[in-house]
Design a protein around this ligand. Structure first.
Ligand code: ADP
Ligand code: MG
Length: 615
């Protein structure tokens, strides 16, 4: 048999490598910006069009390249940054693999102009899908300008895989911010579709963070600093009262690289323990310097994970430094181990003096009244009953009851869906319910016991209700007496712009969308007005990492996000009436079994399961 193994031609090998290095326009942005920083540039400009799908250009005033180097830079494994494997352990540059330019050029049209300080003229080079199509001298300033056009022009499948321009744009902003945050001494500009998004002069860390995240950030920062043999830690954490509903403002940089590290993240979060509201995430911008030999540097080009030798020690240092800073800047209670824990008050209380715990009491609640209506603060729709009030005993009678099965819990769904908007409905049978641990509603059928997660059940109910509202054209909307003005950062504004149509369809009426704020004068029906800004905050952060392209998917995600934030929380005490209502509404849903995020809403235990236990 003849030999069948062949070496792949370079352009094919490059294309395969590109599959790893270049996933989307943002990956190109990262590589080009890092190359500019590695070339000691002091001013770097990023210019993109349509989220980078048609153009990504990075212009720097760095070292530039000779004509030979310019050509070589597009070869695979061609790098000026390391010469031997040992160099990996004292790396001072971002790049070292020599893969980026080769990969980018394999899947796009690249146009490069570059000139070094010592040369009279520069070099102009054009590469299309790994083939150099032009190389000639040119007049150009010292430094390098690379533009990348028509990304994935030769791989239609990947091109089609790209998301909408606004989603890609969002990813580009993320990469830009990561590079800009860690190199405050370099000036950065970012121009998207001919408008300037960022203009960041050379600055210190604090100014840079404020420049990138917006001027609101300045008052929120608490400095953190610690030096040990193991690490040098520097940076800022956000004051707990400003904690966001999103994780968007959490940055770790290790040896000048952005990394994600769940374990170290936990160290920081746990330093905030007891200081944050539910579902609030602290902001942090933490710069760690460690001995390069103590981390695994062979980082995958697109991965942001890093492995430390001394993870546990770093965890403790991080946690105690952040705790210390929060204490020192008077934002957390002073630690005093001899103090009676029951006497402790949170820092919030220190500021405002003693405050009566807020318990929402429904003054209209009358357990003896059959026609009790739920208060609007509790978000189950109000209902009208024609059954007598279920009682504790009912639970036990129902356990014995022979006529009570799942079908009996189910209410005529026509009736109920209508009622969701009219706020009134009747149901024919209420079964015994019981709240356990302020979290589960327990009810039964003829042969089974159902244990329902109250939050998840309500999530499902609200989701279906919202979807119905949104698809009822025009969506039911309520006018606000006073328009709501929300201050947003660049990221949030871009998410908002993308979602504008879906939000309008959902019943939001947006009267003004400025550079860093939005004004809203109408909200979807039944959305609690007082919580609108919190809900929107959560909504934006849910969409921040990934915005679906199609209007349909956006609507669906919108309904999910709103329903999840509005759903009653675990820990909330539910009156008997509310428990029954929840169960009834749940079983009139189209898909009562699962939450919109596909988690189980309830579990069942059959009588025979119990019988076995009692054998
Ligand atoms: P790496 O950064 O891993 O070395 P790249 O493919 O990104 O690999 O770049 C290859 C080489 O091209 C770099 O090592 C560097 O010498 C040169 N180079 C790339 N971009 C620039 C730039 N903006 N300015 C100067 N030299 C550059
Ligand atoms: Mg590089």
């Amino acid at each position: 048999m003849s030999n069948i193994i062949q070496l792949l031609p370079d352009h094919v090998a490059n294309q395969i490598a590109a599959g790893e290095v270049v996933q989307r326009p943002a990956s190109v942005v990262k590589e080009l910006m890092e190359n500019a920083v590695d070339a000691n540039a002091t001013i770097v400009s990023l210019i993109i069009k349509e989220g980078g799908k048609t153009l990504i250009q990075v212009v720097d005033n760095g070292l530039g390249m000779s004509d030979t180097d310019a050509r070589l830079s597009f070869e695979r494994h061609a790098t000026s940054k390391i010469k031997a494997a040992e160099d990996l352990f004292h790396l001072h540059t971002k790049g070292f693999r020599g893969e980026a330019l080769a990969s980018i050029a394999a899947v796009s049209h690249v146009d490069m102009k570059t000139k070094t300080e010592v040369e009279e003229v520069g070099t102009h080079l054009m590469v299309e899908g790994s083939h150099i199509t032009q190389q000639e001298p040119c007049v150009t300033p010292i430094g390098t300008s690379i533009s990348v056009k028509n990304l994935f022009f030769n791989i239609p499948a990947r091109r089609n895989f790209l998301k909408s321009a606004s989603v890609e744009h969002k990813h580009v902003i993320d990469e830009f911010q990561r590079v800009a945050l860690v190199h405050p001494s370099v000036a950065f500009k970012f121009i998207h579709n001919d408008s300037e998004l960022f203009n960041l002069p050379a600055a210190n860390f604090r100014h840079r963070i404020v420049g990138v995240m917006g001027s609101k950030m300045n008052e929120k920062l608490v400095p953190v600093k610690e030096e040990t043999d193991l690490i040098q830690l520097y940076g800022f954490v956000g004051k707990p009262e400003f904690a966001k509903k999103s994780r968007g403002e959490q940055f770790f940089f290790v040896n000048d690289r952005f990394i994600k590290h769940p374990y170290l993240h936990h160290a920081v979060s746990s330093a905030f323990e007891g200081l944050l509201k539910e579902r609030a995430y602290p902001s942090y911008f933490l710069y760690l310097q460690v001995n390069p030999e103590s981390i695994d540097i062979n980082i995958h080009p697109t991965k942001t994970e890093v492995k430390f030798d001394n993870e546990h020690a770093i965890y403790s240092i991080l946690r105690s430094s952040v705790k210390h800073s929060l204490g020192q800047f008077n934002v957390s209670p002073v630690l005093d181990f001899n103090k009676d824990a029951s006497m402790e008050t949170g820092y919030d209380q220190h500021k405002f003096g003693a405050k009566i715990p807020s318990v929402v009491v429904d003054r209209n609640f009358n357990p003896f009244e059959a026609e009790y209506k739920f208060s609007s603060t509790f978000k189950l729709p109000s209902s009208k009953r024609n059954t007598s009030n279920p009682s504790w005993e009912a639970l036990y009678t129902n356990l014995e009851g022979q006529d009570d099965d799942l079908l009996n819990i189910e209410v005529d769904s026509e009736q109920v869906s209508g009622s969701l908007f009219q706020g009134e409905h009747t149901h024919h049978k209420s079964s015994g319910t019981f709240q356990f641990q302020r979290k589960y509603i327990i009810t039964s059928t003829k042969s089974e016991m159902l244990i329902i997660d109250q939050h998840r059940a309500h999530f499902r109910i609200l989701y279906e209700e919202l979807l119905r509202n949104i698809t009822a054209k025009p969506a039911l909307s309520q006018q606000l007496l006073f328009p709501l003005k929300l201050q947003l950062d660049t990221n949030e504004i871009s998410v908002f712009k993308t979602l504008k149509e879906s939000l309008t369809n959902a019943g939001f009426s947006i009267s003004e969308l400025g550079e860093d704020f939005v004004k809203i004068n109408g909200i979807p029906n039944r959305l609690p007005e007082s919580e609108t800004s919190i809900l929107l905050d959560q909504l934006l952060s849910d969409f921040e990492s990934d915005i679906p392209d199609s209007g349909f998917d956006q609507t669906d995600r919108l309904a999910k996000s709103l329903a999840q934030s509005m759903a009653i929380k675990n820990g909330a005490v539910l009156h008997k009436e509310e428990q029954t209502e929840l169960v009834n509404l749940l079983f009139s849903c189209k898909e009562p079994m699962l939450t919109p995020l596909n988690r189980l809403v309830f579990v069942k235990q059959s009588a025979s399961d119990f019988d076995k236990k009692f054998m």
